[in-house]
Design a protein around this ligand. Structure first.
Ligand code: E4P
Length: 213
């Protein structure tokens, strides 16, 4: 499973990229707004750090406006993927962008039917939101499993990005259920790297070594 980092914060992206684990980056308008800089500035800087798919989201809600925004965004870098919200206007935009050879990531996916439509319209990626489903008492990981099964059975090439990841268990469960990618916040990446028994082990090795001197 590939790992994307789900942030627009440059320090987090720079740090995680040094670990050798980052295959791409996803942003959204909320994450960009937190940085207090223009979308273009943030995306340009991200592209100078990570060599992989970088999702930048449009904010228009009409297909022709979405395509206009997308055409400007793809000028920034060859790795730009246009993130489009799941809705009928979004599907129309995905179709048009796919015809132009532009990669898309259909976001805010909450059902396998939405994922199927997005894939049919030509989406390169679909982003089912695991954590937001858990928040309302549904099982987010089950959605990953359903989409993964449908895409396998019908040989659909669209890749699944498990999004709205809130903890390390989400990551391992999405990997088991066949997600192609998980897009993970920096805090969860740090949690994944840690285990209390590892810390105890390191301390013991060091103290034994120091005692022997
Ligand atoms: C990524 O593509 C999504 O925008 C992001 O994972 C949403 O996460 P949230 O539900 O924690 O806001």
């Amino acid at each position: 499973m590939k790992i994307f980092i789900d942030t627009a914060n440059i320090d987090e992206i720079r740090e995680a990229n040094t670990w050798g684990i980052i295959d791409g980056v996803t942003t959204n308008p909320s994450l960009i707004a937190k940085e207090g800089r223009s979308l273009q500035d943030v995306i340009n800087e991200i592209c100078s750090i990570v060599d992989g798919p970088i999702s930048a989201e449009v904010i228009s809600l009409e297909s022709d406006k979405m395509v206009e925004e997308a055409m400007e965004l793809v000028k920034l870098h060859k790795n730009i993927v246009i993130k489009i919200p799941m809705c009928i206007e979004g599907l129309k935009a995905v179709k048009l962008l796919n015809e132009k050879g532009i990669k898309t990531n259909v976001t805010l996916i909450f059902s396998s039917q939405q994922a199927l439509l997005a894939a049919k319209s030509g989406a390169t990626y679909v982003s089912p939101f695991v954590g937001r489903l858990d928040d309302i008492g549904a099982r987010g990981v089950e959605l990953i499993s359903e989409i993964s099964t449908i895409f396998k059975v019908h040989d659909i090439k669209t890749e699944i990005i498990a999004a709205s990841i809130r903890n390390p268990i989400h990551v391992s469960e999405c990997a088991i259920e066949g997600s192609d990618i998980a897009t993970i916040p920096f805090k969860v990446l740090e949690q994944m790297a840690k285990h209390p028994l590892t810390d105890i082990g390191i301390e013991k090795f060091l103290s034994d070594y120091n005692k022997s001197k």
